[in-house]
Design a binder for this molecule. Structure first.
Ligand SMILES: Nc1ncnc2c1ncn2[C@@H]1O[C@H](COP(=O)(O)OP(=O)(O)OP(=O)(O)O)[C@@H](O)[C@H]1O
Ligand SMILES: [Mg+2]
Length: 494
């Protein structure tokens, strides 16, 4: 061993946190020791004989590497099978540390100390266990240093972000993981104590910018890692919120449908009761009016009056029939549907209501449009909600225009419902289809009308949007696809 490498070896050994090393004189007196060697013994070790202290022997150990070093005059010595007497571990290796004249030896007590070996092994195992743990976590785990360089990127983080671990560790910066200045915002929140204490951030909702440019909503728990009071890195655990959001939406949708069907079911029951009560006297009125026409030789004036009675009775019967049809609780079924008829039915039921008495209704229904693919009851509810909103917005005074036409592409029907109300303020417009969003006072509206409409349009693979009309009012534009030959197997609405 040349001087330089001997020096390096000496230095490494003396500063090693694992190897116990002592320096002894030729008469085996300990002259110095490194910290791990000091740490092993509670008593003072300097000036003690090494064989006595380490191996509980009265004389030097047989095969001691230092003895052999002195005998060999300078060749470094290792002892593969050193003495195991006493309870100390065998010394493994000896080297001169000065020149041959001073004859001091550095003795490495335990490079292969079984207890150290197992310590190293345990350390290695616990390291790989931790690595495994982080990698198999269902939640994404990312750690980055202060400059933004990614230090850790587990499998779930790869799956959510679309970057492989290798890409993340070599080319990705933490700022690329979040859109806009998301990473700065996270750091800002981490450093203030508002979101879980300083250095901590709990259940923070943000988006991850995937490699393909899409945004994935996540909930993030993050922490700053400190070393000696200084920030050295940040670590984040996050989970994908897509499934939870989908379930939340689904739940809201079901809740709305439930509320609406409860509303419609009670309306249906009421209608059925009224219909039953009205049908019998209506039957009597019609029957007896006809009998009088047939059996009596009546004057022209009386005949005209009876005819009017018959007509009005028929109108009453039609109203009852439409009301029943409107509120009928049937299984949802897609079939070819005449959209003009559905509009006419809703208007027929609404136009005689007090709210509509001062509303002019303009119909521009195209007569040559094919059937759409729809569920009668759902389409009825859709028109009812939009038209009622329009009348409410106009506070019972204004013009309601309803039009239908074939789309430019010819594959759907476009329905436009416009009012001359105050319109929808720009800050309200993005929210009108949200469940339970209402600008109406308590008791006036629950905010489920348009979210139900949105759900119905979605069920029909259609589209809906609202725009503000000039000079005033709102226009709802709905597009519903035409029925296909497949739908024609289901009988058309009667
Ligand atoms: N034609 C319209 N003109 C102006 N604002 C409208 C119009 N239609 C809807 N809106 C706005 O959209 C909001 C949501 O409407 P939606 O029908 O969902 O609920 P609502 O009418 O308030 O309550 P509900 O329908 O449950 O009785 C309304 O509160 C209103 O602010
Ligand atoms: Mg409404």
């Amino acid at each position: 061993m040349d001087w330089e490498s001997a020096y390096k070896h000496f230095n490494e050994t003396l500063t090693s946190p694992l190897l116990r090393t002592i320096v002894i004189s030729p008469d085996y007196v300990i002259l110095s020791a490194n910290p791990p060697a000091y740490a092993t013994f509670t008593e003072s070790i300097i000036g003690r004989r090494c064989h006595r202290l380490l191996h509980l022997r009265s004389s030097p150990c047989p095969g001691c590497p230092a003895t052999r070093l002195w005998q060999n005059q300078g060749q470094s010595e290792s002892t593969p099978h050193a003495s195991r007497e006493g309870d100390g571990a065998p010394c493994r290796h000896a080297d001169f540390i000065d020149n041959k004249d001073t004859q001091r030896a550095m003795v490495i007590i335990d490079s292969q100390d079984p207890s150290l070996e197992s310590l190293e092994e345990r350390l290695r195992r616990s390291n790989s266990f931790l690595k495994n743990l982080l990698h198999s976590s269902v939640d994404g785990v990312i750690a980055a240093d202060k400059k933004g360089k990614i230090l850790l990127f587990n499998d779930a983080a790869s799956e959510i972000s679309g970057y492989s671990e290798e890409e993340a560790l070599t080319t990705l910066d933490i700022r690329d993981v979040y859109p806009d200045d998301g990473a700065y915002k996270i750091m800002e929140n981490l450093r203030c104590d508002q979101y879980g204490g300083p250095g901590k951030l709990k259940s923070y909702q943000i988006d991850v910018l995937r490699k393909d440019g899409t945004l994935i909503p996540i909930s993030l728990n993050a922490a700053i890692i400190y070393e000696g009071g200084r920030e050295t890195a940040t670590m984040g655990f996050f989970h994908d919120l897509r499934e939870a959001n989908r379930m939340k939406k689904e739940l809201e949708k079901t809740q709305i449908q439930l509320l609406q069907s409860e509303k419609m079911a009670s309306l249906g029951k009421l209608a059925a009761g009224v219909a039953h009560q009205l049908n019998n006297p209506l039957g009597g009125i019609t029957l007896f009016a006809r009998l009088m026409m047939e059996e009596y030789d009546l004057e022209e004036g009386a005949r005209k009056d009876l005819n009017r009675i018959l007509k009005d009775a028929e109108r009453c019967r039609d109203t009852v029939k439409e009301l029943l049809e409107f509120a009928r609780q049937t299984r949802h079924e897609m079939r070819p549907l005449d959209i003009n008829r559905a509009i006419a039915r809703t208007l027929f039921l609404l136009e005689n209501q007090t709210l509509f008495q001062n509303i002019e209704i303009i119909r521009q229904l195209s007569t040559d449009i094919p059937d759409v693919r729809g569920d009668t009851q759902q389409v009825n509810h859709m028109f009812m909600n939009i038209i009622l909103n329009a009348a409410q917005a106009m506070e019972g005074r204004g013009t309601l225009s309803v039009s239908t036409r074939l789309s430019d592409k010819g594959d759907s029907v476009v329905i436009e419902i416009a009012d001359t109300g105050p319109g929808i303020p720009p800050d309200v417009l993005p929210h009108i289809f949200e469940p339970f969003f209402t600008t109406k006072e308590e008791g006036q509206g629950t905010g489920i009308g348009l979210s139900l409409v949105y759900g119905i349009v979605e069920n029909h693979d259609g589209k809906i949007h609202a725009v503000n009309n000039t000079p005033c009012g709102t226009r709802f534009v709905i597009e519903l696809p035409l029925s296909t030959t497949e739908d024609e197997e289901t009988p058309r609405e009667k």
